[in-house]
Design a protein around this ligand. Structure first.
Ligand SMILES: Cc1cc2nc3c(=O)[nH]c(=O)nc-3n(C[C@H](O)[C@H](O)[C@H](O)COP(=O)(O)OP(=O)(O)OC[C@H]3O[C@@H](n4cnc5c(N)ncnc54)[C@H](O)[C@@H]3O)c2cc1C
Length: 383
């Protein structure tokens, strides 16, 4: 069973968005030690926020120069923020209440409508169809990063340390000792690891080593690369979603979509989302300086040259080339047990949380699940 089948099954069983399981952390325990969190993405920020709220001394060590990880955002492309990684909320909007730790957040979401059109380009033929709308929700005037910036970051801003590239974790003694590439060391009683699984597998050393089952699961995990591009045009010749024949396979997903959908803006921005094998040609084209030529070559035959005639500007994000990330996410068709196995703590002192480390599993590779995993790690520390 893959990620999409798993999510669908959870929906059928009425178990999608298990907010109650990941809701308020149980703060009844008496833990009063120090906690280190490695990584300031959705999971790390969420864990730090709930630890801080419980009065625990927490420090977040982030390798990059800023927080966010795979919810990185560009603000100066057009007049609304552009999400370079996680973009949609893939569950019920009520999940946001638990995520931002309040109900009066006022976050506006745009839902897709039955009248929205999907374009299919196959064998030189272009057809437009209306279908049951996708249940995914799009943030209006915000990105996932803005949600964290508004509701989570204020409580933990002074707890985050940037440019700290952790490379060793020594948990052989009473205290856990974490050492960074620059030789700096940090000690704590508990550790929450939230780095992407490629970083955990290839870049961090543990003493004693990670448990054998975890090493095997990491080695066998099927990871997808990923690429996004956003292209501004002078006119909207494209539908809400555009699917090109042969580009969507079991080994990856590729769509063009209206990135301005639901925004309070007249700017016309087409998004390209590509993960897995389908993203490779775009990554190569970008490296060779011909990305926009490749994208326009996809679009011009469908729309009679309007794309080239109305092109304004574009930006891109190659997640494989992103320092400290090196991947998009755990593949949709990965073994569904992978995230659960990777979430097993070590000696009830080292916890793993993130979009590939999920204890209460109803999917993987999604922002809300990463944040929920962060909350669940806190739950375990405090219990
Ligand atoms: C192209 C793309 C599109 C996506 N679309 C969606 C979507 O629409 N909806 C959705 O819900 N999800 C989407 N996702 C998935 C979602 O973005 C991620 O699952 C989620 O943001 C991951 O959060 P995380 O905290 O687990 O990991 P990350 O965000 O990767 O955070 C981990 C952090 O650890 C840091 N780090 C790494 N190594 C070290 C080290 N050695 N020392 C210290 N720090 C380190 C990294 O710099 C990073 O900041 C998408 C992802 C991609 C790439």
């Amino acid at each position: 069973m893959n990620r999409r089948e798993f999510v669908a099954l959870m929906g059928v069983l009425g178990l999608g968005g298990l907010t109650a399981c990941g809701g308020e952390p149980d703060v009844s325990g008496s833990f009063d030690g120090d906690v280190l969190v490695i990584g300031a993405g959705a999971a790390g920020m969420s864990a730090a926020h709930f630890l801080e709220r419980a009065g625990v001394n927490v420090t977040v060590l982030e390798a990059g120069p800023a927080h966010g990880g795979r919810i990185k955002t560009v603000r100066d492309f057009v007049d609304f923020p552009i999400p370079l990684g996680g973009e949609w909320l893939h569950t019920d909007a009520t999940e946001l209440d638990a995520l931002v730790d309040r109900t009066d957040h006022g976050i506006t979401m745009a839902a897709y409508k039955p009248t929205d059109e999907t374009g299919y380009w196959s064998g030189g033929e272009y057809t437009l169809e209306t279908e049951d709308p996708d249940s995914d929700l799009k943030f209006v005037g915000r990105t996932w990063l803005d949600v964290f910036d508004e509701f989570i970051v204020p409580s933990i801003a002074d707890r985050m340390r940037f440019g700290v590239v952790v490379d060793t974790v020594d948990h052989s003694g009473d205290r856990i000792v974490v050492t960074a590439e620059d030789g700096s060391t940090y000690e704590a009683d508990r550790l929450v690891v939230t780095v992407p699984i490629v970083a955990l597998r290839d870049q961090m050393t543990f003493t004693p080593d990670l448990p054998e089952e975890m090493r095997t699961t990491l080695d066998e995990a099927d990871v997808w690369g990923g690429f996004k591009a956003f292209v501004e045009f002078d006119e909207q010749f494209y539908p809400t979603t555009l699917v090109l024949d042969g580009k969507n396979t079991d080994d990856g997903q590729h769509i063009y979509y209206d990135a301005s959908y639901g925004q309070d803006s007249d700017r016309k921005v087409l998004g390209m989302f590509s993960v897995g094998t389908g993203s490779e040609p775009y990554r190569e084209a970008q490296a060779e300086g011909r990305l926009i030529e490749l994208i326009l070559a996809d679009l011009d035959p469908i729309f009679d040259g309007r794309p080239s005639a109305t092109y304004v500007q574009h930006i891109h994000q190659d997640w494989n080339a992103e320092p400290h990330i090196h991947m998009a996410y755990l593949a949709d068709n990965a073994d569904w047990q992978t995230p659960r196995r990777l979430s097993n703590p070590i000696d009830d002192r080292i916890f793993f949380a993130g979009s590939s480390y999920i204890k209460t599993i109803d999917g993987w590779s999604m922002v809300h699940l990463a944040a929920r995993a962060g909350r669940e790690a806190v739950d375990q520390i405090l219990s």
